[in-house]
Design a protein around this ligand. Structure first.
Ligand SMILES: [Ca+2]
Ligand SMILES: [Ca+2]
Length: 194
């Protein structure tokens, strides 16, 4: 009988604890403290403070965290100069385009193949075998276009280039960044790492 009473007491105690779980003091406090707190960019409020998603910081998660690196997974050349001072790039055919990606004079990537006899109006899509890594997102990088004539390191026609910002602290981390200048237009498909 004593044992049975003890068991009943335990069950009663458990029921009270379980019953209280849905509305603890913390929940009420959390609701109070989080009233009017608007956490941006997927952040969640806990006890009045925002717990931000990766890549965001600040009291309301509206400040970007500068990525430690940006990966370029794909490059699409949407437009390029049609003529070399009024002449065609090659005698009887379109340019054989390849690109270089650089930081200042430091070439980070040289396309190992060419887009043979490219014609305007058609996008040229380049998917590097390994993503190109940008390690200094706030620096200005550059894309250069060449018409292949006699070897990747040899005498090629320089078609033009663009220096551009691949990242800015207020750009909301777009998946595609466009570098354009004159008749050059190149899209970079990128992902971010922190
Ligand atoms: Ca040429
Ligand atoms: Ca050609």
């Amino acid at each position: 009988m004593k044992n049975l009473l003890f068991l009943v007491l335990i069950i009663t105690a458990l029921t009270i604890v379980t019953g209280c779980e849905k509305s603890t003091t913390t929940d009420t406090l959390n609701e109070d403290l989080c009233a009017g707190v608007d956490c941006q960019n997927g952040g969640t409020c806990y006890l009045g403070l925002c717990d931000c998603s990766t890549g965001w910081t600040g009291s309301d998660c509206s400040t970007q965290v500068t990525p430690s690196k940006i990966q370029i997974n794909k490059i699409v050349i949407r437009d390029f100069p049609q003529y070399d001072n009024g002449s065609t790039w090659d005698l009887n055919s379109g340019p054989d385009i390849f690109v270089k990606f650089a930081l200042g004079s430091n070439v980070i990537y040289t396309q190992p193949t060419v887009f043979q006899d490219a014609s305007s109006g058609h996008s040229l899509t380049l998917t590097p075998s390994q993503p190109i890594i940008v390690t200094s997102p706030l620096s200005r990088y550059a894309i250069y276009l060449y018409d292949y004539d006699s070897g990747f390191g040899g005498n090629n026609d320089y078609m033009g280039g663009v220096e551009f910002n691949i990242y800015s602290s207020t750009n909301n981390f777009p998946g595609v960044v466009t570098a354009s200048y004159g008749s050059i237009k190149v899209d970079f498909y990128i992902t971010y790492n922190w």
